[in-house]
Design a binder for this molecule. Structure first.
Ligand code: SF4
Ligand code: SF4
Length: 240
C-alpha cells in the first residue's frame, strides 16, 4: 500500500482503486482509510446488497464503478422476471438491467462483460438512448425480485449447516443452481453454473449425483428440506 501511495504522490499513478467482494460494511471501513479514490463493486437488479455502502463511499468523494451490472450474464437471458414484468416489445431484460444501474446517482461507471460485436452494439445502443428507470419502476422490479427470493428461501437458505457432506456434495450450491432454474427461470445460466461445481476454484465440492443417500445432512437442516430426494431431482435435471 505504501508503494502505491508513494507512486501516487510522485504522479506515476493518478487514482488508487480497490475491487470489493466482502461484507458491505467493510467497504465503508476501507474507504474511511482515505487511501482510495475508486471502488469497484457488484450491484444489479438481483443483488442490491452494496447499495447503502456505495452511497456512503460516493459521499466521501470516491468514484463508484460497478461490476456485474447484468448479474454476470443472468440478466441477458429470458427468465421469469421478464415474463412477470410484462416488458413492452422493445424492452429487454438487458436494457432494464443497465437502466436500473444508471438510475442510481451514486454510480459513476458500469463495466459489463461483452463477448462479441452483437453484445457491444446492444449495450452501446442502450446507453446511447439511456432513460434511467423511474423510482416507481424500480419499486415494481424490487417487489418481483424479492418475491422470487422469498420463494427460493423456502427451498434452501444457503446456511451451510448441512456441510460438510462425507461424500463431498456441495448441497447449498447444488440447490442454488436448482433455484436459479426453478424460481428465477434462469435455466441456461443454472446449467452453466452447475457445470462449474468442482471445476472452479471458488465452487468446490461435488454435484448431486455423488450423493450416496447416507442421510447425515437431513438432521442438520433447519429448513427440514428432504435433501436426499431433492438431490435426486437435481441429479436427474442436470444429468449428473
Ligand atoms: S445424504 Fe447425500 S448429501 Fe447428504 S450427507 Fe449423505 S451423501 Fe452427503
Ligand atoms: S442446511 Fe438446509 S437450508 Fe442450510 S444450506 Fe443445507 S440444505 Fe440449505
Amino acid at each position: 500500500m505504501q508503494e502505491l501511495i508513494r507512486a501516487k504522490e510522485e504522479g506515476l499513478i493518478k487514482h488508487i482503486s480497490f475491487s470489493f467482494h466482502g461484507d458491505p460494511n467493510d467497504m465503508k471501513v476501507i474507504a474511511d482509510t482515505g487511501y482510495f479514490d475508486i471502488v469497484l463493486a457488484q450491484y444489479n437488479i438481483l443483488d442490491k446488497s452494496n447499495e447503502e455502502a456505495i452511497a456512503y463511499v460516493k459521499n466521501l468523494g470516491l468514484g463508484v464503478n460497478i461490476m456485474g451490472p447484468l448479474a454476470g450474464g443472468k440478466l441477458t437471458a429470458q427468465s421469469n422476471i421478464t415474463s412477470e414484468l410484462q416488458l413492452s416489445k422493445n424492452t429487454t431484460i438487458r436494457d432494464l438491467g443497465l437502466r436500473f444501474v444508471f438510475a442510481n446517482p451514486n454510480v459513476s461507471c458500469a463495466l459489463s462483460g461483452m463477448q462479441n460485436m452483437e453484445q457491444i452494439d446492444q449495450n452501446v445502443a442502450i446507453v446511447n438512448s439511456m432513460k434511467p428507470l423511474t423510482q416507481e419502476q424500480i419499486c415494481e422490479i424490487d417487489k418481483i425480485v424479492n418475491n422470487m427470493k422469498e420463494l427460493s428461501k423456502l427451498y434452501c437458505t444457503g446456511c451451510n449447516y448441512c456441510q460438510p457432506c462425507p461424500s463431498g456434495v456441495n448441497i447449498p450450491l447444488v440447490f442454488e443452481c436448482m433455484n436459479l432454474h426453478k424460481v428465477f427461470g434462469f435455466t441456461d445460466w443454472a446449467k452453466v453454473h452447475y457445470a462449474r461445481i468442482g471445476n472452479d476454484p471458488y465452487m468446490g465440492g461435488k454435484t448431486a449425483s455423488k450423493c450416496v443417500q447416507c442421510g447425515a445432512c437431513e438432521a442438520k437442516c433447519p429448513q427440514r428440506i428432504k435433501i436426499m430426494q431433492q438431490l435426486k431431482d437435481c441429479a436427474e435435471f442436470f444429468g449428473y
